[in-house]
Design a protein around this ligand. Structure first.
Ligand code: HEC
Length: 220
């Protein structure tokens, strides 16, 4: 009997440890993103190049693609969002040399082009809104979602300047952009869809007009 009870308890241990937070971090919440919201995606792109690209490349993405997908004119894109090159066809490289990053942060900041697919939108969003003060850490901060993270809280100023609600909105924009980046084909499909419809309208209208004329020709 005793052995059976011990065996039963042992069986429950893995389940208990998962419930205690292993893969179930209570800080990970739903990311309120909307891929159809172009303004949100544009804001997210801006936050990314201003606050993240310094350390994290997005090297599978080209500036030109971002501009076209998000409806940003090329000159506006070059002036406001492209700082590391003078060619809009260039990929999004980071500014920091890998060896320096390793020295300063103890690790190389990973490329983030596909990170939203690796971690999921909810994880990314929750990570961004969950930096906390922690004097025991090298940068004075820790993160509820990524324990003992090596990344400094680069959004501290933004978080201090905005209300909590606004800051969360901006982080949703940023997450939105990162999700777009990890699956840009979706925006491309929509863009193509608009062209296809415009093409059909331009093709069909004259044909409908001519057909119409042809039908009525003998009646008038
Ligand atoms: C000063 C350099 C720096 C900047 C700027 C920076 N990061 Fe980081 N980031 C790091 C480092 C270093 C790591 C690796 C942390 C680790 O492994 O402990 C990291 C890790 C991450 C991770 C976790 C990667 C993983 O393993 O899944 C994400 C997501 C992330 N950063 C997103 C961002 C976003 C979004 C921004 C812009 C708001 C940003 N970072 C700005 C240095 C930076």
């Amino acid at each position: 009997m005793k052995q059976i009870i011990i065996a039963l308890v042992a069986l429950c241990i893995p389940a208990l440890s998962v419930a205690a937070g292993g893969g179930n971090n209570p800080y990970v919440v739903h990311a309120p993103i909307n891929m159809d919201d172009k303004v949100s995606l544009q804001k997210g792109a801006q936050i990314y190049v201003n606050n993240c690209l310094g350390c994290h490349s997005a090297q599978y993405m080209r500036y030109e693609r971002v501009a076209d997908d998000l409806g940003i004119p090329h000159d506006v894109m070059m002036e406001n969002l492209v700082f590391t090159t003078d060619k809009i066809g260039e990929t999004m490289q980071s500014a920091i040399p890998a060896d320096l990053a390793k020295k300063w942060f103890g690790g190389v900041p990973p490329d983030l082009t596909l990170q939203a697919r690796v971690r999921g939108a909810d994880w990314i969003y929750s990570y961004l809104v969950n930096f906390t003060m922690d004097e025991s850490r090298p940068w004075g901060v820790n993160n509820n979602v990524f324990k003992d993270v090596g990344m400094p809280h680069v959004l501290q100023n933004m978080q201090d300047e905005l209300s909590e609600e606004e800051f969360k909105e901006r982080m949703a924009d940023l997450t939105n952009f990162m999700v777009y980046m990890s699956e840009p084909i979706r925006a491309e499909r929509e863009r193509l869809g608009a062209w296809v419809i415009a093409f059909l309208v331009f093709l069909m209208l004259p044909m409908a007009y001519m057909l119409n004329r042809e039908y009525w020709k003998d009646i008038h």
